[in-house]
Design a protein around this ligand. Structure first.
Ligand code: SF4
Length: 715
């Protein structure tokens, strides 16, 4: 909302007595738009309005989610007191009682079954300080190897690919400002118009400046409408499409031989492989006509600058990491990286998807993107934490694999922070059963989420309006979000909850922090010298400079706007290309007579992740009150499905019931359902447990399903 609109509302509400303004930051997607909450006192009540605030990333824009974000923070169902389940009912208790109850149960589990019988499950919505502290809590206070987080289900494929190709994973290799001047853009599997709306003007302005935009998506979306060329591959075949694009670029001599010679390893093997492929076969596998593949390749290859962006559409597959690597193969072989207006961006979904994957919440990771299996890295971080490196656990397993460990009985207790795994994980029924099997389960949340319902203890956390800390946005820009309001009732900051729990567990000396800034000071030291080096970033600088792009190794360093200008982050300074075979990488989940349609899932603009927050916002919930199944009218006719009618969708794992929505723009063999709803409308009940072997990403974007009409008693 602009100041002009605000003025209009003020004139209409003459009775406004006083007004306070708080600077904040949207809690939802990775744009992390800066905003201002305006609190107006009106006769007998308070009214809240959120407006955008200028900053280098979102430039003062907000989408509908940001404008209504405050609604969940003030919702009457916010948790304000610790709750303990007694005889199946949640009962309010004091913090002391709750913490002692957790201590007794955690200690009992570890005494009886060993340290690794406890696990920690984190979140990419919490601050950098809290993500850092949670990793330290698992390793130092609980001494368990089992910690992972919900970002595993979101960004892990892109992170894995960037680490392998470049030696470093930052969401965007450049600052967003460079998008305006690039000549060709590939948007692979990203619907930014719905998912990160405030980034759209960068692409719109690039187009006004003459950029040619190529969209890759099986559906027509608000984003693909911006494109000059839209390729609609069969779900799960993007990896093959990328091979086709690269084959044409190599054949037509669009590769940058000098760049490859000086800065790239592995090109010859890739060249040999892709030249051996048949374009006819690529067309058959992907469903994309050869002439369109050639058109896209000519355009990207021939322009002097170009950028590739990927997102969950090509990443959330059992071949997601290899798919992204193949798009990076295109980028490095055409030399469109490390130069002005050239680069790669993984459009991160979750608010702190970038920062939360850098500082130790991942199963195999230590702060600063260090590896928990590297002795030098272990020694360094153990030194910062003041522990013996031998006491540091080794790597654990990924988010979904922890669910399997619960079923196997190896994990018996869980500390869950700000996440809703029974809705967000694949094979959701299995995950719910895992939660029920836990001997003792603690959830930290704003609301009694679908997962928290199953907990033994729920601890009330702080919302974005109350919690101070840093976040790292889609660009890799670290920003500071100040606290605006005190926590409601007895709710506490997530970092305070971790420190309090560590104290009752006898580990106070390692967790004696009294502010988020103190934690950040330790994080800076722990990240120093790592690939994600935050040492030069301080709260004082963030307040003064508005945000800094990492790596920022010294306090007088200006941050790094463009990565890889002179070398990549591998020890030899070169990028690593890899052969990605067509056949080996096709997802196992294939269509058959019984399950003849592809189900692909995604987001709608008005909701965020599993909807725990946005479904509590009346303005957002009203926009999309329930999920829907997008289906082509010709396909709908084949299965006798009317528009806006109830339909049953079944896969090998289960079934859900949603309302149909005819769309001329989706592939005939594909249906689409958004994933923000729970219980009997949780689309992840249908998704397979198969994981990407490298990054452990589930295959959310391809499930073989059948659809059938349901008698609708309401119509
Ligand atoms: Fe900005 Fe994303 Fe929030 Fe929308 S949801 S206001 S784009 S941060």
């Amino acid at each position: 909302m602009t100041e002009a609109l605000l003025k209009y509302f003020r004139t209409k509400e003459q009775e406004v007595k006083s007004e306070k303004r708080y600077d904040s930051q949207c809690p939802y997607c990775s744009m992390q738009c800066k905003m201002q909450l305006i609190e107006q006192s009106i006769v007998s009540r308070k009214k809240y309005i959120t407006i955008g605030k200028d900053n280098p990333t979102s430039e003062g824009r907000l989408c509908v989610k940001g404008m209504n974000a405050h609604q969940h923070a003030f919702h009457k169902e916010r948790l304000k007191y610790p709750l303990v389940k007694i005889n199946g009912e949640f009962v309010r208790v004091s913090w002391k009682e709750a913490l002692n109850h957790i201590k007794e149960n955690f200690m009992k589990i570890q005494e009886e079954s060993g340290q690794n019988a406890l696990a920690v499950y984190g979140s990419a919505s919490i601050t950098n300080e809290e993500a850092y502290l949670l990793g330290k809590f698992a390793r130092v206070a609980l001494k368990t190897k089992y910690i992972d987080y919900n970002g595993r289900l979101c960004m892990s494929a892109a992170a894995s690919a960037a680490n392998q190709t470049f030696g470093l994973d930052r969401g965007f290799t450049n600052s967003l400002a460079e998008i305006l001047y690039t000549r060709c853009i590939i948007l692979a599997g990203t619907n930014i118009a719905e998912c990160q709306p405030t980034i759209m003007p960068y692409f719109e302005r690039a187009k006004e400046n003459g950029a040619y935009i190529i969209a890759i998506d099986p559906r027509e979306t608000a984003t693909t409408k911006l494109a000059d060329l839209h390729l609609k591959p069969r779900p799960g075949t993007d990896v093959v499409l990328a091979n086709g694009l690269l084959k044409v670029m190599i054949e037509e001599n669009y590769v940058d031989e000098k760049f490859i010679q000086e800065r790239v390893n592995g090109f010859e093997e890739v060249r040999e492989y892709v030249l051996s492929l048949s374009m006819k076969e690529i067309e058959e596998i992907t469903g994309v006509p050869i002439q369109l593949i050639r058109k896209a390749a000519f355009r990207f290859g021939s322009e002097e600058s170009g950028m590739i962006f990927t997102a969950r559409g090509v990443e959330q597959h059992t071949n997601g990491s290899k798919t992204v690597r193949n798009f990076l193969n295109i980028l490095v072989s055409t030399g469109k990286i490390g130069k002005p207006n050239c680069g790669y961006g993984a459009i991160t979904g979750q608010g702190n998807g970038q920062g939360a994957r850098e500082h130790g919440q991942k199963a195999d990771q230590l702060p600063g993107y260090r590896s928990i299996e590297n002795d030098e890295h272990r020694n360094y971080v153990a030194g910062i934490w003041g522990i013996d490196p031998d006491d540091l656990p080794r790597k654990g397993v990924s988010a979904y694999e922890m669910m399997e460990k619960i079923h196997e009985g190896e994990i018996k207790g869980l500390f869950l922070m700000c996440s809703n795994p029974i809705v967000s994980n694949p094979n959701a029924h299995f995950v719910k059963e895992a939660m029920k099997k836990l001997t003792f389960f603690v959830a930290v949340d704003l609301f009694v989420s679908e997962t928290a319902r199953l907990a033994d203890v729920i601890l009330p956390a702080s919302s974005y309006l109350e919690d101070e800390g840093t976040m790292t946005n889609v660009e890799g820009r670290v920003t500071l979000r100040e606290a605006s309001l005190p926590c409601p009732g007895e709710a506490k900051h997530d970092w305070q909850i971790i420190c309090d729990l560590a104290r009752v567990l006898g580990k106070e000396e390692y967790f004696s922090f009294s502010s988020a800034e103190e934690i950040f000071t330790e994080l800076r030291m722990a990240s120093r010298g790592g690939t994600a080096d935050y040492f030069g970033i301080t709260y004082e600088r963030l307040r003064k400079e508005g945000g800094l792009l990492w790596p920022c190794p010294e306090t007088n360093h200006i941050g790094t706007k463009r990565l890889f200008e002179t070398s990549f982050a591998h020890p030899d300074g070169k990028a690593a290309m890899v052969v990605v075979p067509n056949i080996a990488e096709i997802p196992k989940e294939q269509l058959c007579e019984e399950f003849p349609l592809y189900l692909t899932t995604g987001r709608v603009m008005s909701h965020y992740l599993t909807g725990v927050q946005t479904r509590k916002s009346p303005a957002l919930a009203a926009r999309n009150i329930e999920p829907f199944m997008e289906i082509h009218p010709a396909t709908a006719a084949k299965f006798q499905i009317q528009d806006q009618s109830l339909v049953k969708i079944e896969s090998r794992r289960g079934s859900v019931m949603v309302r149909s929505k005819w769309s001329e723009t989706i592939r005939h063999d594909t249906i689409f359902v958004p994933f923000h709803w729970a219980d009997s409308q949780n689309i992840n009940l249908l998704v397979s447990k198969e994981l990407d072997p490298e990054c452990k990403m589930p295959g959310f974007k391809v499930s073989a399903v059948k659809v059938s009409p349901v008698v609708d008693f309401l119509t």
